[in-house]
Structure formats: C-alpha cells, structure tokens
Design a protein around this ligand. Structure first.
Ligand SMILES: Nc1ncnc2c1ncn2[C@@H]1O[C@H](COP(=O)(O)OP(=O)(O)OP(=O)(O)O)[C@@H](O)[C@H]1O
Length: 248
C-alpha cells in the first residue's frame, strides 16, 4: 500500500468533520464518494498536506508525505494564466515542485504526452476547451512525477465527450501510480475506478470494489438489475440511507 491513513480526525473549530478515518490506498484509480458536505475535499486536503489532521496520521510507504513532492494535486477549482502557452504552464509547475530548471521542459513534454496534449504544447491556455484545461491541470500536477495523484471532482462541469476523454487519461495514469479522485458521478466510479471508498458521518464506511459494493444489496429487482450503473447507485443509496437510519 502506498498511503496509509490511520484514525484521522479533523475539525473546523468545534465542528468535527472527520472522526477516525482509516484507509489504505494503493496503485490504480481509487474513487472517493460521499454525500455533500461529508468531508471529501477536507480529506483530500489532508492527504496532499494543505491541512493537518487534528488526530491520527497519514503516511506514505517510502518517505514523509510532508515532503510534498511525492504528491500531485488538482483542486476542484484552479485557474491558469490564459496568456501562457501550455508547455510553459506545465514547465513552471514542474519547477515549483522541485524539478531542476534545465529539466522542466522535458518534464512538461512527458506530462503533456501522458494527458494527450502534446499537439497543444505551443497553444495559449485561453484557446483551450474546459476539458483540455482540466488535462493541463493534471499535467501540471504530474510534471514532477508524483507517486500519488489526487484529483478533486475532475469531471465536474465537463460535457460527456470531454468526460470520456478525461477518464481515458486518468485510467492510463492509474496504470503506473496511485490516483485518488473524489466525484459525485457514479458513472466515474463504474467506468474508471478500481476501488471505491465511501465517506459518511465522518468515517470511511466502505472500502472495496464496485462489485463488492453492489453485493451489499440483494438485487432481485429485474429493472434495477438492467445496468451495472443502476445497481451500483442502489447499493450506494442503501449504504448511505442505512447509516442515516442507524443514527436516528
Ligand atoms: N474553511 C472551512 N471552515 C468551516 N467549515 C468548513 C470549511 N470548509 C468546509 N467546511 C465544512 O466542512 C464540511 C465538509 O466540507 P467538504 O468540502 O470537505 O465536503 P465535501 O464532501 O467535499 O462536500 P461536497 O460534496 O459538497 O463538495 C462541510 O459541512 C463544510 O461546510
């Protein structure tokens, strides 16, 4: 396992958001699902070192997460300088993340290849589509070759075609490193993620594969069983609703 999250807690002032999250994240693409306000972004911020847990520990297998360079992060919202060319944007990110100045151009070229934007290297950022900008953000986060890439809702706001392209890119990245992404889209999980974690009530209430999650419900309803996506959605809803009932 690459990342080990142990009994992690976090509070904003007196409001407890996370209360003992245990999770192990390995190679491949892992999805993080949870209701609005469950603390997904908060947990991602802790993983990339933007905030510190108020309890528990986060460790990476070889080395201190605090060193920062082992992690790449694309936040939910980010801005890029429209006048800059794509290659320069990514090369600058490489330099900020510790790549030696003379190696930044090559590092940026490699990262752009990984996200399928080599042909746009000389394009100014302002001329790109939303999906291409999202991929520039991923290239910028990848340019220093981190072992863990964290993406906060990478497919939000993209049209179906752009979403598909982004999923292909993320799946290919997940073949050689750990990718963790939060999403509201069950489809993202079904089409992209090797594993899924569900955050609710301040804890990770599920950690496993899509198949293991769908196995939680007794799906004898023929209509609902028609597509894997709908089964997954039903299982997820049952998990979240069950937790609510348990608390009431
Ligand atoms: N800076 C902050 N100060 C106080 N409370 C905050 C702050 N940031 C987030 N919160 C609260 O913490 C809780 C968790 O927020 P977070 O953004 O991590 O959830 P989320 O699961 O990512 O939500 P969403 O699915 O809506 O994006 C929410 O109730 C939110 O209002």
């Amino acid at each position: 396992m690459l990342v080990h999250v142990e009994r992690v807690g976090f509070s904003y002032g007196r409001t407890e958001i996370l209360r003992g999250v245990d999770w192990r994240i390995g190679l491949g693409v892992t999805g993080l699902l949870g209701p609005n306000g469950a603390g997904k972004t908060t947990l991602l911020n802790l993983l990339v070192g933007l905030a510190r847990p108020t309890g528990g520990t986060i460790t990476m297998r070889d080395g201190d997460r605090g060193a920062g360079f082992a992690v790449g992060f694309v936040p939910q919202r980010f801005s890029l300088a429209g006048e800059m060319r794509v290659l320069d944007t990514v090369a600058y990110a490489a330099w900020v993340n510790g790549v030696a100045r003379e190696d930044c151009g090559k590092a940026a070229g490699t990262a752009l290849e990984m996200v399928g934007l080599s042909d746009n290297a000389r394009t100014r950022v302002r001329a790109l589509s939303g999906g291409q900008r999202q991929r520039v953000g991923i290239a910028a986060a990848l340019a220093h070759q981190p072992r863990l890439l964290v993406l906060d809702e990478p497919t939000a706001g993209l049209d179906p075609g752009q979403r598909l392209r982004l999923r292909e890119v993320v799946a290919a990245i997940g073949a050689t490193r750990a990718v963790l992404l939060s999403t509201h889209l069950i489809e993202d999980i079904s089409h992209l993620c090797d594993r899924v974690g569900v955050l609710a009530g301040g804890r990770l209430v599920f950690d496993g594969t899509e198949r293991e999650l769908t196995a939680l419900i007794d799906d004898t309803d023929a209509t609902a069983a028609a597509s894997a996506g709908s089964r997954f959605e039903r299982a997820y809803d049952a998990l979240i609703t069950g937790l609510g009932a348990a608390r009431d």
